[in-house]
Design a protein around this ligand. Structure first.
Ligand code: NAD
Length: 230
């Protein structure tokens, strides 16, 4: 059975990584236009690099939480695919084997002239003067506002095959990623785990809990159901 988990910043909140829109979220401290757009990059590369260096340091110092581990544990019973809007690597560090990052990966750098050229970020920072093999400045491997989301097509295919669909920790506000939900087939159960009210896909069941509480509760139900179906 194909189980697809669609995750957002909320799944990593309990690991201490700031979300964007909660009251202590990142946008309180930064103007997104100054740090997460191609225009920002053209205007002040150092500011953009520093912003992402800070994000990367936060990720390096964080650990996966119970929600990430629960998603990994579901692999024992289901064919699990994780589609995440997160740029952190906490799903991978919890052991999930099948993770698609829609908005890139903070632990990687990429060429600013050839998006195929990816590099691990050594010692946690990208500096002005760090260049790809074609001689261009390295940038964070993240999708900025106003940029295309190259993995979207692949995400739609994965979502369209889901037999169970779990949405966790996303305000479903950032498009086109949030549009993935529309590709879930009719009658496929959709569960949304979020402590706040979020726009619910039609027919979805809202588990109004933090990810570390809601995911284990849901996982237990799904595994019980799986066992009784065997
Ligand atoms: P968002 O900030 O818009 O929404 C976060 C959602 O998580 C909210 O609905 C909030 O109620 C919920 N939430 C907060 N704490 C939670 C918890 N403990 N358990 C479950 N849910 C919780 O985030 P988004 O929808 O992912 O979109 C914002 C964009 O920000 C994404 O594109 C993402 O790439 C980026 N982002 C990523 C990270 C990361 O990599 N960890 C962090 C911040 C932002």
């Amino acid at each position: 059975m194909d189980l697809v988990v669609f995750s957002g910043a909320g799944v990593s909140a309990e690991s201490g990584i700031s979300t964007f829109r909660d009251s202590d979220g990142l946008w309180e401290h930064y103007d997104v236009m100054d740090v997460a757009t191609p225009e920002a990059w053209n205007k002040d590369r150092e500011l953009v690099l520093n912003f992402y260096d800070e994000r990367r340091a936060q990720v390096i110092n964080a650990d996966p939480n119970k929600a990430h581990y629960t998603i990994k544990a579901l692999e024992e019973y289901f064919n699990v695919s994780v589609i995440t809007q997160n740029i952190d690597d906490l799903h991978e560090r919890a052991g999930s084997t099948n993770v698609l990052h829609l908005h890139g990966e903070i632990m990687k750098a990429r060429s600013s002239v050839d998006s195929e050229l990816l590099y691990e970020v050594d010692n946690g920072i990208i500096q002005l003067g760090d260049k790809c093999e074609k001689g261009s400045q390295l940038r964070p491997h993240v999708v900025w506002f106003g940029e295309a989301v190259p993995e979207m097509e692949q995400a739609y295919h994965i979502v369209a095959k889901a037999d169970l669909f779990i949405v966790v920790g996303t305000s479903l506000n950032v498009y086109p990623a949030a549009g993935s939900v529309q590709f879930v087939r009719q009658h496929v159960p959709i569960f949304v785990i979020d402590p706040k009210d979020v726009p619910l896909p039609e027919g979805a069941i809202h588990i109004k809990e933090k990810a570390s509480i809601g995911l284990p509760i849901l996982a237990e139900e799904l595994v019980d159901q799986y066992r009784s179906d065997q």
